[in-house]
Design a protein around this ligand. Structure first.
Ligand SMILES: NC(=O)c1ccc[n+]([C@@H]2O[C@H](COP(=O)([O-])OP(=O)(O)OC[C@H]3O[C@@H](n4cnc5c(N)ncnc54)[C@H](OP(=O)(O)O)[C@@H]3O)[C@@H](O)[C@H]2O)c1
Length: 329
């Protein structure tokens, strides 16, 4: 029987690396995994882990693929010896943290280029063949930052919101082609992601107003607390796990195997109360006030419309958030 050919972006670390290993070492031996990396010199940890996991020969191959470079995407596609990709996993992503006004144009452009345009480049490269074959699955690593705005993550959230619109729009179109698009909505996960965000261009706060600086410090403390308490391990080796957290890689596998794939799969049910709150009050007032209070621990300062806002969101008293909202990734 033909193996399922899976191509994953962003496999130097984190979710991409662990997903590649999980599929390549699946006891069914039914997957051929192309783990792609922006820079092949970073493939050491993947191969070391593949060896210790006992991935069978021929189950895993690495390819250079930079989602910012259409030529590199095309070259990787040409090196898939099976001549087809059954499952495309658009996982590569980058974060950007800090007050909006301190981000350089380059930093903003690069996050949008990797997270949004990079995903578009992948889809443009692989969709035509899936359409011809009238079959295929596309899994995209989504984030709670794509479902709700978060302070100090405006550009990252903008990129992940864009991904939501992109996937939802395509999912509608692709129904008659037998191609399924699914977003795997992750909460906080222990990966190299945070380190890469934090070791990125230093946030220059010198010219920033004191109130924004204070709010940023408070956000960072909140974020560290949430991450310590609630972040998942990609591999989920630690048990017991809170019932509201679904093993991350298992969620990818469920999406990959579902006979009627959904558009969204959630790795953490802790995202859901806030997502529902957003939908329940389309004006946005309830969500904004709840998130502000949760992150900064106080009532939002009231502008002239403050009283009116509260009147409109009478039910806000204490929206049941299930838990404190986490930082988006
Ligand atoms: N960690 C979380 O808490 C979390 C939560 C929700 C969603 N996510 C999403 O999960 C995905 C994977 O992130 P992660 O947490 O596993 O972090 P990670 O360990 O930093 O992995 C990100 C991967 O994307 C790659 N990448 C960046 N720019 C690229 C480019 N131009 N072309 C190809 N690959 C590129 C990175 O490669 P390099 O090492 O070469 O830079 C790395 O392999 C991202 O889309 C992220 O937004 C993460």
């Amino acid at each position: 029987m033909d193996r399922t050919v899976v191509l994953i972006t962003g496999c130097s670390s984190g979710i991409g690396l662990h997903l590649a290993l999980r599929l390549a070492s699946d006891p069914s031996r039914s997957f051929k995994v192309y783990a792609t990396l922006r820079d092949l010199s970073t493939q050491g940890p993947l191969w070391e882990a593949a060896q210790s996991r006992g991935c069978p020969p021929g189950s895993l191959e690495t390819l250079q693929l930079d989602v910012q470079d259409a030529d590199s995407v095309a070259a990787a596609r040409a090196r898939v010896t099976e001549g087809r990709v059954d499952v495309l996993v658009c996982n590569a992503g980058r974060g950007l943290l800090g007050p909006l006004e301190v981000h350089s144009g380059d930093a903003v452009g690069s996050v949008l280029d990797v997270n949004v345009v990079g995903t578009v480049r992948m889809l443009q490269a692989f969709l035509p063949d899936m359409k011809r074959r009238r079959s295929g699955r596309i899994l995209v690593t989504g984030s709670m930052g794509g479902l709700m705005g978060m302070p100090f993550n405006a550009v990252y959230c903008a990129s992940k919101f864009a991904i939501e619109g992109l996937c939802e729009s395509l999912a509608i179109l692709l129904l008659p082609f037998g191609i399924h698009v699914s977003l795997i909505e992750c909460g906080p996960v222990h990966t190299a992601f945070q380190k890469k965000v934090q070791t990125g261009p230093r946030v220059a706060l010198d010219d920033l107003d004191a109130q924004t600086c204070d709010l940023f410090s408070r956000y960072q403390r909140h974020f560290e607390r949430i991450f310590r308490k609630e972040a998942q391990d990609p591999e989920e080796v630690t048990e017991p796990r809170p019932a509201c957290l679904h093993p991350l890689l298992q969620v990818f596998l469920t999406a990959l195997r579902d006979s009627r794939p959904a558009l969204r799969y959630f790795c953490s049910e802790r995202i859901l109360p806030l997502a529902r709150l957003r939908l329940a009050d389309p004006s946005g007032c309830s969500y904004i006030a709840a998130m502000h209070r949760s992150v900064f621990g106080d009532e939002p300062a009231e502008g002239p419309e403050g009283a009116q806002t509260r009147a409109r969101t009478g039910e806000l008293g204490d929206p049941e958030l299930g838990t404190s909202p986490s930082a988006p990734q």
